[in-house]
Design a protein around this ligand. Structure first.
Ligand code: 3PG
Length: 254
C-alpha cells in the first residue's frame, strides 16, 4: 500500500531548447510555449487534486519560473520553496551553445546521442576561452558555489551532487509525510529516477523525460516504490512529448 508520494516535473520549453542549443548551466528563460507547458502541468495536478507542503527546484530561471507558474495554477503561490544548485541541469561542457542538429551533422547522430544520453561519458570540458565561459562564471547566482561550477558533467557526475541532496534533504521531507513537488531538469530528474528505480547504466540511456508533464512516484512504508513514473498524461500526447525529448531536433528549432 502507498504511504508516501512525490511529484516531479521537468520545466517547460526554454529559449535555448526552442533554438535546439545545448544549454546546461546557461540561465535560459522560458518561451511562451514553456510558460504554457508549466500552466498545463498545473492543470494536470489540479485534475488529480494534488496539493503540496513544500516544493524543490534548481537555481536556474527556467525551473524557478516553471515552478512559480505551476504554484499559481494550483492556487498554492505561498508554498515554501527550496532552491538548490544541486538540482541544476547537468553542465554540458564545451558543447554549451552549439546546435544539436548541427553537431549531429558534423560528428554523427550516434556521437551526439552518446554525449546526451550515455551514463558516464563526459562531454568535452568547457575551458576559459569558451564563448559561454564568462556568462556562466559571471552569473551572480553561482557566486556562492563558484568553486563548484563544473567544467562538464555526465549523468554519473551529475548524480554525485543530485543524489546526496535527494538523500539528505528531499527524502527526509517525504518520510516526514510532507507532500513534495520537485521541478527541475532532464538530467537531474533522470538521475533521481535512476536512483529510485535502480535503473541500470545501460537502460537509463533510453529514458527520456518530457517537459511539463508531471509524474508521480508512490512508496510503501519501507520506501519501496509501488508506483513508478506515473505520468499525468497518456496516449499520443505523452508519446509525442517523450519523442520530442529524445530527438536531436532540427537546426533552428526543436
Ligand atoms: O541542457 C540542455 O540542453 C537540455 O536541458 C537538455 O538537453 P538534452 O535532452 O540534449 O540532454
Amino acid at each position: 500500500m502507498s504511504k508516501y508520494l512525490v511529484v516531479f516535473v521537468r520545466h517547460g520549453e526554454s529559449e535555448w531548447t526552442h533554438k535546439n542549443l545545448f544549454c546546461g548551466w546557461i540561465d535560459s528563460g522560458l518561451t511562451d510555449k514553456g510558460r504554457e507547458d508549466a500552466k498545463q502541468a498545473g492543470v494536470a495536478l489540479n485534475s488529480e487534486n494534488l496539493k503540496f507542503d513544500v516544493a524543490y527546484t534548481s537555481i536556474l530561471q527556467r525551473a524557478c519560473d516553471s515552478l512559480d507558474i505551476i504554484l499559481r495554477e494550483i492556487k498554492q503561490p505561498e508554498l515554501p520553496v527550496i532552491q538548490a544548485w544541486e538540482l541544476n541541469e547537468r553542465h554540458y561542457g564545451a558543447l554549451t551553445g552549439y546546435n544539436k542538429a548541427e553537431m549531429a551533422a558534423k560528428y554523427g547522430n550516434e556521437q551526439v546521442q552518446i554525449w546526451r544520453r550515455s551514463f558516464d561519458i563526459l562531454p568535452p570540458q568547457m575551458e576559459k576561452d569558451h564563448s559561454y565561459y564568462n556568462e556562466i562564471h559571471n552569473n551572480k547566482k553561482f557566486m556562492p558555489i563558484r568553486d563548484k561550477i563544473p567544467q562538464a558533467e555526465s549523468l554519473k557526475t551529475t548524480m554525485l551532487r543530485v543524489i546526496p541532496f535527494w538523500n539528505s534533504t528531499i527524502l527526509p521531507d517525504i518520510k516526514d509525510g510532507k507532500r513534495v513537488l520537485v521541478v527541475c531538469h532532464g538530467t537531474s530528474l533522470r538521475g533521481i529516477v535512476k536512483h529510485i528505480d535502480r535503473i541500470s547504466d545501460e537502460a537509463i540511456v533510453k529514458v527520456n523525460l518530457p517537459t511539463g508533464i508531471p509524474f508521480i512516484f508512490e512508496f510503501d512504508a519501507d520506501f519501496n516504490p509501488v508506483v513508478s513514473m506515473k505520468f499525468l498524461s497518456s496516449g499520443d500526447t505523452l508519446k509525442e512529448a517523450i519523442a520530442r525529448a529524445a530527438s536531436i531536433g532540427e537546426a533552428g528549432t526543436k
